[in-house]
Design a protein around this ligand. Structure first.
Ligand code: 5AD
Ligand code: SF4
Length: 490
């Protein structure tokens, strides 16, 4: 694909170097400083983590799953750092070991239990082991039975209780839980430790009020709660002051945002307000739900170049019948209307999607509909998954399960078809010039990489000495299904 596979879910930041970026009143961000700045990762870590340290202990935090989880972990780390904990890079060196978990598909959830199993032997070393996130919410106190060496089980809707839970642990309580989902509160932190050097993630809406029949998220993350536009804009000003030029607004259904403040800022107005903050050059947002995707969002992108030319609009299936069974709340023609709206924009907005193959009862004809949708939309990238039955979902009890073998076959066919589309899309961009935010440097001299506004990976050559974190104009000279190649035009 033209998008790195982490474009949606897996923004793997290097956890190695954290730095105290700035203190603003009571809130501050600790961010990853560029290795290119010539600083030692470890000394940065020491600098960041010694701030406010009261010698309480050390923590290791591993994150599985989506960008929301990655960002939740940044906030959880902030809570611990503010309390005087020091972050370490291995579980062995830590007094508190935390796993922020994902249960969107079965494999992800299994991984967590195998990781926890590695600590069976270590339970006598006095370490505190905690499970956070979706598996915590889904399995609840059952985790204590399966892995009795675990002391803390806390779902994302209860993160605001983390300081209390930590106090209980510090006072010697061996079993603490935060499992409520019935909340109208969001997770606000005084400190957020930022792992990503160039992009600041900001959650604007938590939870999900949709009820897709295959999905655990409404169950594990609770109902929709939007943060106030005031708090969001304060965060944006803060990250901009700390030197970030790109922000990505996050939510399971980011465009269902409903400002709780009296001013009731619409999502599109919020986008424009974020783009207007001094220092911000790029604004991204994910994930949009088709049902709530409205013309004013496209108008905002057309009007404001700082809003990136990219919309991630999961379709899940091209078959009306399957969409209905999935409870996606739109039909294929309604989805295609939204695509038409985006394609009618003045700017060339890239469109990506998520697709599930092998949903219960998906026939060959249904699958063909999904393939024909690919041909019709000609997505710039897709994330495709084999359907995975999940606990507490309506689809779990549906009949006509598709065999794993058939799911794999359909996935391969889908990905082959999409590959052809992407290579053609990307080749058609050869000769065009793109603004690229430089985020990587190859070991090979003069080779760099970064992202275009449309979130395509651009690998390019340049003789300039220090480009990381800067914006450069690059002309595309070649293309693969997953990236563009280019030359920096100085
Ligand atoms: N099985 C397979 N894929 C799933 N997704 C969500 N739930 C499931 C499931 N049970 C996919 C959807 C969603 C993406 C984040 O994960 O495509 O958009
Ligand atoms: Fe899950 Fe559907 Fe909500 Fe997305 S919109 S998080 S797929 S329930």
């Amino acid at each position: 694909m033209a998008y790195q596979l982490d474009a949606l879910g897996r923004a793997r930041g290097c956890n190695a170097c954290a730095k105290l970026r700035r203190t603003m009143g009571k809130t501050f961000d600790i961010g990853l400083e560029v290795l290119a700045a010539g600083r030692s990762a470890r000394s940065e870590l020491a600098l960041g983590l010694s701030h406010g340290s009261t010698g309480r202990g050390t923590f290791f935090l591993e994150t599985f799953g989506c960008q929301m989880n990655e960002h939740d972990s940044e906030k959880v780390a902030g809570v611990l750092l503010a309390r005087g904990y020091r972050q370490v890079e291995t579980p062995d060196a830590a007094s508190v070991i935390l796993y922020n978990t994902c249960s969107i598909r079965e494999k992800a959830a299994q991984k967590v239990f195998s990781r926890l199993g590695e600590f069976r032997e270590k339970q006598h070393e006095g370490k505190i082991i905690g499970v956070l996130g979706c598996v915590a919410q889904q399995e609840g106190e059952g985790i204590f039975k399966r892995a009795p060496w675990v002391s803390l089980v806390c779902g994302s809707a209860s993160y605001r209780k983390l300081p209390e839970l930590l106090t209980e642990l510090e006072n010697g309580n061996h079993r603490v839980t935060g499992l409520e989902t019935d909340t109208d509160e969001t997770f606000e932190t005084e400190v957020t430790r930022r792992d990503h050097p160039w992009r600041a993630y900001l959650t604007i809406i938590e939870g999900c009020d949709k009820a897709c029949s295959y999905c655990v998220v409404p169950y594990t993350r609770g109902p929709e709660r939007s943060r106030s536009s005031e708090a969001i804009l304060r965060d944006v000003r803060q990250v901009a002051d700390a030197g970030y030029t790109e922000v990505q607004l996050l939510g399971q259904t980011v465009n269902s945002y409903a400002d709780p403040m009296a001013r009731r800022m619409r999502f599109s107005e919020l986008l424009l307000a974020v783009a207007d903050v001094a220092g911000i050059r790029r604004v991204r947002f994910t994930t949009s739900h088709p049902k709530d995707f409205t013309q004013d969002i496209v108008d905002a992108i057309d009007a404001e170049p700082r809003l990136c030319e990219h919309v991630h609009l999961p379709v899940q299936s091209g078959s009306n019948r399957v969409l209905k069974e999935m409870q996606r709340t739109y039909t294929r023609p309604q989805y295609l209307e939204k695509i038409g709206m985006i394609r009618a924009s003045k700017r060339p907005i890239a469109i990506t999607t998520d697709i599930i193959v092998g949903f219960p009862g998906e026939t060959d004809a249904d699958f063909e509909e999904t393939l024909s949708l690919l041909d019709e939309v000609r997505y710039d990238g897709i994330f495709s998954f084999k359907y995975s039955p999940r606990p507490n979902t309506r689809a779990l009890s549906m009949r006509d399960a598709i065999s794993e073998e058939e799911k794999s076959r359909r996935l391969a066919v889908l990905q082959d078809r999409q590959r052809e589309i992407q290579i053609a899309n990307n080749k058609s961009q050869i000769g065009e010039s793109f603004e690229v935010l430089v985020s990587g440097k190859s070991r090979r001299e003069g080779q760099w990489s970064g992202y275009t506004s449309s979130h395509k990976v651009m690998n390019f050559t340049s003789q300039a000495p220090a480009l990381l974190g800067t914006y450069v104009q690059v002309t595309a000279t070649d293309a693969t299904p997953n990236s563009l190649q280019g030359e920096h035009v100085a």
